[in-house]
Ligand binder design. Sequence first.
Ligand SMILES: Nc1ncnc2c1ncn2[C@@H]1O[C@H](COP(=O)(O)OP(=O)(O)OP(=O)(O)O)[C@@H](O)[C@H]1O
Length: 293
Amino acid sequence: MIELQGLTKQFTNGRGIFNVTLTVRPGEVYGFLGPNGAGKSTTIRHLMGFMKPDQGSCQIAGLDCWRDAAAIQKRVGYLPGEISFLEGTNGLQFLNLLAGMRGLKSKERRDELIERFQLDVKSPIRKMSKGMKQKLGIVAAFMHDPDILILDEPTSGLDPLMQQVFIELILEEKNKGKTIFMSSHIFPEIQRTCDRVGMIKDGRLIAEKNIHDLQSEQRRVYEVEFFDLNNANQFIHTGFEIIGHNGQRVIVSIQGNCNAFIRELAKYEVRSLDIHELDLEEIFLEYYERKEK
Ligand SMILES: Nc1ncnc2c1ncn2[C@@H]1O[C@H](COP(=O)(O)OP(=O)(O)OP(=O)(O)O)[C@@H](O)[C@H]1O
């Protein structure tokens, strides 16, 4: 549904995106992760046809993002990273203007979204807070019920309650079979909504993972407290990766299958066992660190 093929854009300062190739399948929610300045917005601007690639191409639903930009902008629900609004309008006037441009007749979906996000649409846009403007941008992106959504840091500026409302909206859209590409810094929302994640760093896609694979290949950290100090001392020489040891307490890191570890542990009297599962943020940092070595 969304295809990027060797997408490259180098700015005069040498920064940009380089040879980005990825595919988002119909009905998939794809999370695009990366630190500040990694190239997420630049990639998204190419998808929306606002930038012409130096090399490579991108397509949405068979349309070329640069050549067929107008058709893409009409079809796709887009939330920019930084939204520019028309001066002197209020929220409702802005939404009406967009609805007019899209030839949108029904106001039902729009009003439902306004209600959900508790948006005061009568308020002049210049008086709106960052979060209010973000909610207005979300309503604008979703109100024409598009089957493809491209969202640049969609929850930026939203409070935790509204982040939750947003996650529920994404899950609903996903159930309806929508194709969603979204960039984010916020790991729990990616973890809860996305099927696959791509990680971009310095303009290059450094990893692409199915969210379940990412979770299953992840490392777990076990904190074991033995009854007997001798047992603890014995255990640390059995070949497992020990990342901490203090008296009867031993901290062990296990990648993947934990059977051998459980079998070894069963030989001792154990007072307590705590398991710490790395969350997506920690996994992501591990990936970055590995790539740096
Ligand atoms: N028009 C431009 N001219 C020159 N450099 C640019 C331009 N747009 C982006 N860049 C540079 O390209 C790199 C990628 O920027 P981009 O905005 O795509 O990053 P991002 O991943 O969206 O970051 P953030 O999370 O901070 O929004 C940055 O180093 C940025 O300074």
